[in-house]
Design a protein. Structure first.
Length: 500
């Protein structure tokens, strides 16, 4: 299959062609054609492509101009120039290959690369190049890939794709339909499918989904459900809707009728997450809660294609109670975490996609968020295994880390997928940035240590807030309950009020 590459795809491949040996990450938004890109990379030896699902193993075959071998279930390769392997299968077949069999390894959906199964493969093979392709920003997932990939060499994110007219703009909505999945267990980083289906597939909730469709959906609508039964039950509540599941034999015929507007709504369960060509989708409704940013991005990605007369995609996140689990919603597309936004304000986060960051920053900039911030930062640092030297950072919704003091604010921009940031014009590891800021504070800001040193704050901060602190807070915030504040909490609030 001869592919006509777009300019940015050619740019990416030209860059790869001149890389020194090493391991590199490429971020390319859903809909920008990462499969077409990596299958067109100039080969200088045998190539191994790694994927984690059956459809991702078989999808790239048609793009290659040479024999392709498959390592998956009953399929085995036979020394072909390109081998595409299921990670699960290859981990049990490594003895069939020599460590130097492949000049290049390509990992599709590389945000999975930190898993033990992938690492086993990487430890075995010794390629000249290892390239990881991902569409998903990982900042909200607490996943870093810096011990797999040494640098990000090419980035074309969803914002770039929309601004350059390769994908459609998105209007984002949140509709709280009242579900409660706080007791649903988690399996492999996401909600357990069986328990999720049980919690979500009720007559009351399905009628709420239908009502949300009636009130807010525009044009041809694709709904993602939690299970086959859930998809079928939602479809029954919406006139003209059709459920598409693994049991559906005539999928291509239904997609054609949907594109011709003969069917208004398709309700599916994990069928249209990847690899399906759907020219016309004007509304996507997420009735399948997930904390997996890759799955969420793939679901939304079905509606990002341009189409004549389509102004923008309407994205409807159907939300409810999740407990402690982070639910992916529209801000996840930009790598933004809603943790800092109080729960009672999260339903106000809606509008055009690129308006959300400023809106989230405003909603998160409130007393309850300021008080919780130390806990939020500590949990994040622990997961990331960073030493923050006890500095009182405030984590912004986009991942930036800010230290605020009288007449000064120091910002460390959010880390990328390989754990790097830019400080003083230099690209360095996040840990090195924390080290540098700590050294600067020690050398230059000793008189403000009671503000920037968390341990010093805790020593005097455990006692009830002083009358002076409470009066100052009430001057700025009229309706805030100060009855149970301690000195440290009051200081955090005043710190933000005076110096933000």
């Amino acid at each position: 299959m001869k592919i006509q590459l777009r300019d940015y795809q050619k740019e990416c491949n030209d860059l790869i062609d001149n890389l020194p040996p090493g391991s590199y990450l490429i971020q390319m938004a859903t809909g920008l054609g990462k499969t077409a890109t990596f299958t067109s990379i100039k080969r200088k030896g045998r190539v191994l492509v790694l994927a984690h699902r059956e459809e991702l193993v078989t999808q790239p075959i048609k793009y290659y101009d040479c024999p392709v071998g498959i390592e998956m279930a009953g399929h085995k390769s036979n020394n072909e120039p390109v081998v595409i392997a299921s990670v699960q299968s290859l981990t049990h077949r490594l003895e069939n290959f020599k460590p130097d069999d492949f000049d290049m390894i390509i990992t599709d959906e590389a945000h999975h690369a930190a898993a033990a199964s992938y690492r086993k493969i990487y430890d075995y093979f010794k390629p000249r190049l290892h390239l990881g392709f991902t569409a998903t920003p990982n900042r909200g997932d607490n996943v870093r890939l810096d011990d797999i990939y040494q640098d990000i060499i090419f980035e074309r994110d969803i914002k770039w794709a929309i601004q350059n007219k390769y994908l459609t703009d998105i209007y984002c909505m949140r509709v709280n339909i009242g579900y409660d999945i706080s007791k649903v267990a988690r399996r492999m980083g996401d909600f357990a499918p069986g328990e999720l289906e049980e919690a979500m597939n009720t007559e009351v909730l399905n009628k709420a989904i239908a009502e949300a469709y009636k009130k807010y959906a525009k044009g041809q609508t694709l709904i993602f459900a939690t299970s086959v039964k859930h998809a079928e039950d939602i479809a029954k509540e919406i006139p003209g809707a059709v459920a598409v599941t693994a049991n559906t034999k005539n999928r291509s015929e239904l997609i054609e009728k949907f594109t011709k507007r003969e069917i208004p709504v398709l309700v599916n369960c994990m069928i249209f997450t990847e690899g399906t060509d759907m020219p016309l989708v004007e509304t996507v409704m997420i009735a399948r809660p997930t904390s997996n940013s890759s799955l969420y991005t793939q679901m939304v990605g079905r509606g990002l294609r341009l189409y004549p007369g389509k102004e923008k995609l309407t994205l409807i996140d159907l939300v409810g109670t999740t407990g402690r689990a982070n639910l992916c919603t529209a801000p996840s597309l930009l790598g933004i975490d809603l943790n800092a936004v109080p729960a009672n304000k999260q339903d106000e986060i809606q509008g055009d996609l690129f308006e959300l960051p400023e809106l989230i920053t405003k909603k998160a900039d409130c007393p309850s968020s300021w008080i919780r911030n130390i806990e939020i930062v500590n949990l994040w640092a622990k997961k990331q295994e960073y030493n923050m030297h006890g500095v009182n950072y405030f984590q912004m919704p986009n991942g930036d880390m800010v230290v605020t003091m009288p007449k000064m604010k120091i910002k460390i921009p959010a880390q990328d997928e390989v754990g790097k940031t830019t400080l003083g014009g230099e690209k360095i590891s996040m840990q090195k940035a924390f080290d540098k800021v700590y050294q600067y504070l020690r050398d230059n800001c000793a008189e403000c240590e009671y503000i920037w040193n968390v341990q010093k704050m805790k020593k005097w901060g455990q006692y009830p807030a002083s009358e002076k602190q409470i009066n100052q807070i009430k001057r700025f915030i009229k309706d805030f309950d100060t009855d149970n504040l301690n000195k440290m909490q009051a200081s955090q609030i005043l710190n933000r009020l005076f110096y933000r």
